[in-house]
Structures are given as structure tokens and as C-alpha cells.
Design a protein around this ligand. Structure first.
Ligand SMILES: Nc1ncnc2c1ncn2[C@@H]1O[C@H](COP(=O)(O)OP(=O)(O)OP(=O)(O)O)[C@@H](O)[C@H]1O
Ligand SMILES: [Mg+2]
Length: 243
């Protein structure tokens, strides 16, 4: 077993990813080295097409890098079989997709319970599904279907679904991308609560400077690489006030 006190939550070693569509090769990531400590809340920013979603997919074990290693909680997932990688994903990772991917015929509660049934690993966050819905301010909407919920509410259900099994790592791809500012703030507050109260490690992709400002660290990407050190971002409140 791994000793989470001495390992990082996530570590990538020289990961590169080249997509192939037909004869065309599309390089999406090149030699990315990233270490995320337990309990960190990281925002990933950068222009469209720079490789953010590709990086998140690799961190989540949704696909394999062309080269390099992804180490989750001390486990090198690049060495695992598909089945073993799926098991690590189920036990340790909650994934929030940009499009909520909720099942339309199930209620909010049903969507979350289904995730628990499929991915259940025996642990249940707080006092179960109701506890999570409460925490997300959704307790009155548990029987509503996605079509009867606002975008922000659907996103909160999607986040509830991702965290119901209490993963130690939450990966969120533009969770506020399609929300208005009030719903964005709710979703961000929720992610911050999960990070602070449940000590979950969070990696969140965002284009939004306000969203990035809730993170403890911001990583900037460009052309398939992480920029070290990051350039001056407009998300910094001081910067915004100046201009
Ligand atoms: N399945 C795929 N097949 C071929 N090329 C792909 C595939 N997915 C992504 N790409 C390419 O890889 C590069 C990085 O894409 P990625 O989706 O990681 O960017 P991104 O930073 O998330 O962009 P955005 O901010 O627009 O979501 C782009 O050039 C994209 O066209
Ligand atoms: Mg993307």
C-alpha cells in the first residue's frame, strides 16, 4: 500500500501526448512535469487548445500518455492494466466534466445514487447522498430531473456525483464554464468547501480569472507545456484593481 503522508497526490514525469487522427499527428502535450501535493487546490489556465483537458484526462487515468508517467498517490498508473487503472480511478478520483453528463431520466438524487452504486468503494461522504445534497444547497431539489434544474444546479449535482464516494482527488474541467456569475460563485464556494472541509485535492481548469483566484496555486499552460514561472495573470485582484 502507499503512504499518502510521504507521496504527492499527483505527480507527472515527462508526460507527452500526441493524438493521431488518420495520418495526422497532433502534439497536445510535451514533457509536462507537475507535482500536486495532498490538499492543494490548483487552477490550470491557458489559451484554448493548449492541452488543459488532455492533461486532466491523463491525470484522471481516462487515457494513457504517449510517453511519461502519471503517479497517483504513489501508484504509477501508466504501468497498470486498464482494469487496474479503472480501479484506481474509482477509488481515488472524482471527475467533473464540463458538460454535466447527467442522466436525463433520473432525479438529482438518482444520478448521485447511481454513481455510488457503480463506483461505490464503501466509504460514504458525510451522511450519504442527502448530506452531500444538503451541503450543496440542493436538498429541496433531490427529486428534480436535470431538465428541471438550472445550469448551476445541474453542475452542483455533477459535482455531488463526482464527490459522493469521497475521492481524495477531484478533477474539474471548467466547472463554471457555462454558468452565470451567481452560479459560478456557488460552485466555486462548494469546491473550496470540499478542499477545506474534506481536504480533497482539487485540480480545476478554468478560463475565468475570478474562478482561478479561489485556488491555492495557479498553473499556466501554453502550447502543450506548463510555464514556470507563471506570467502575471489578470486574475490577481490587485492587478484588476489597477486597470
Ligand atoms: N481526440 C483528439 N484527437 C485529435 N486531436 C485532439 C483530440 N483531443 C484534443 N486534440 C487536440 O489536442 C490539442 C489540445 O486539446 P485540449 O482539448 O487538451 O485543449 P484545451 O486546452 O482543453 O482547450 P479548450 O480550452 O478549448 O478546452 C488541440 O490542438 C486539440 O485539437
Ligand atoms: Mg478543454
Amino acid at each position: 500500500m502507499t503512504d499518502s503522508s510521504s507521496t504527492s497526490a499527483i505527480e507527472t514525469v515527462n508526460i507527452s501526448m500526441t493524438y493521431r487522427s488518420g495520418k495526422v499527428e497532433v502534439p497536445a502535450l510535451s514533457n509536462v512535469n507537475l507535482t500536486v501535493n495532498h490538499g492543494e487546490f490548483i487552477a490550470v489556465m491557458g489559451p484554448s487548445g493548449c492541452g488543459k483537458s488532455t492533461l486532466l484526462h491523463l491525470l484522471g487515468g481516462l487515457m494513457q500518455p504517449t510517453s511519461g508517467k502519471v503517479i497517483i498517490d504513489g501508484i504509477d498508473i501508466s504501468k497498470l492494466t486498464d482494469a487496474e487503472r479503472t480501479a484506481v480511478r474509482r477509488n481515488k478520483i472524482g471527475y467533473v466534466f464540463q458538460r454535466f453528463n447527467l442522466l436525463p431520466t433520473l432525479s438529482a438524487k438518482g444520478n448521485i445514487e447511481l454513481a455510488k452504486k457503480i463506483h461505490g468503494n464503501g466509504h460514504l461522504a458525510h451522511n450519504g447522498v442527502s448530506g452531500i445534497l444538503n451541503m450543496l444547497g440542493l436538498s429541496e431539489k433531490i427529486n428534480f430531473r436535470p431538465a428541471e434544474l438550472s445550469g448551476g444546479e445541474q453542475q452542483r449535482v455533477a459535482i455531488a456525483r463526482a464527490v459522493v464516494n469521497r475521492p481524495s482527488i477531484v478533477l474539474a474541467d471548467e466547472p463554471t464554464g457555462s454558468l452565470d456569475s451567481r452560479n459560478s460563485r456557488n460552485v466555486l464556494q462548494m469546491l473550496r468547501d470540499l478542499n477545506e472541509k474534506l481536504n480533497q485535492t482539487i485540480v480545476m481548469i478554468t478560463h475565468d480569472s475570478e474562478a482561478a483566484s479561489v485556488a491555492s496555486r495557479v498553473i499556466e499552460m501554453k502550447d502543450g507545456q506548463i510555464l514556470y514561472p507563471p506570467s502575471k495573470f489578470s486574475y490577481e485582484p490587485e492587478f484588476e484593481r489597477l486597470y
